[in-house]
Design a protein around this ligand. Structure first.
Ligand code: HEM
Length: 150
C-alpha cells in the first residue's frame, strides 16, 4: 500500500465512522437510487441479495481506491457487463453521488471538510475514467447504421 493522502484517509474515515455510528448504508442508497430510476428495480429483478452483494462490492471498491490497494484502471472491469445490461452513465455517476450523499447526511456533525474534499477528489478521479470506458464499450455494442449507406 502506498502512502494514503489526507483526502483519501478522510474518505476511509467517513466509511468507518458511518459503520460505527449509523450502520449499513445499503438500504438508504437503493431507496434514493430507485426513487430517481424506478426502472432500475426491475433491472435488478427485485433481487435484494444481488443488490446487497453489489453494494458491498461497490463500497469495497471505494475503500480499496481510497487506501490505494487498487488503481482506478483495476476498478473498471464491471463496466462492460453493466453497459450490456443498459445501465447508463447517469445511473453510474448518480449511484456514486448518492453513496457520498448518504454517508455525508448520515454522519451529520461528524462529517468534516476534509471528508468533503476527499470524496470530491476521489469521485473526480473516477468519473473521467468510467466515462471513457462507458463510451468505449457503448461504441463496440452500437449496431452499424445501415440507412447511412447509399
Ligand atoms: C441499475 C441496474 C444495475 C444492475 C441490474 C446491476 C447488476 C449487478 C450485478 C448482477 C452484479 C453482480 C453482483 C454479484 O452477484 O456479486 C453487479 C455488480 C456490480 N455493480 Fe451493478 N448493477 C446495476 C447498477 C450499477 C450501478 C449504477 C453501479 C455504479 C456504482 C454498479 C456497480 C457495480 C459494481 C462496482 C459491481 C461489482 C462487480 C464485482 O466486483 O464483481 N452497478 N451489478
Amino acid at each position: 500500500m502506498q502512502q494514503v493522502d489526507t483526502g483519501d484517509a478522510a474518505v476511509l474515515r467517513s466509511l468507518e465512522l458511518y459503520g460505527e455510528h449509523v450502520g449499513e448504508p445499503t438500504t438508504i442508497i437503493y431507496e434514493r437510487f430507485f426513487a430517481r430510476y424506478p426502472e432500475a428495480e426491475e433491472m435488478f429483478a427485485y433481487d435484494r441479495h444481488v443488490e446487497e452483494r453489489m453494494m458491498s462490492s461497490v463500497l469495497m471498491m471505494i475503500s480499496d481506491l481510497a487506501d490505494h490497494t487498487s488503481t482506478i484502471d483495476e476498478c473498471l472491469y464491471w463496466i462492460t457487463d453493466h453497459v450490456a445490461w443498459e445501465v447508463s452513465r447517469d445511473m453510474v455517476f448518480d449511484m456514486f453521488e448518492m453513496i457520498h450523499d448518504t454517508i455525508r447526511e448520515g454522519l451529520g456533525e461528524r462529517w468534516t471538510p476534509e471528508m468533503g474534499t476527499g470524496w470530491h477528489n476521489l469521485l473526480g478521479r473516477m468519473k473521467p475514467a468510467m466515462a471513457e470506458r462507458i463510451t468505449e464499450i457503448e461504441g463496440y455494442s452500437r449496431v452499424p447504421d445501415l440507412s447511412a449507406r447509399v
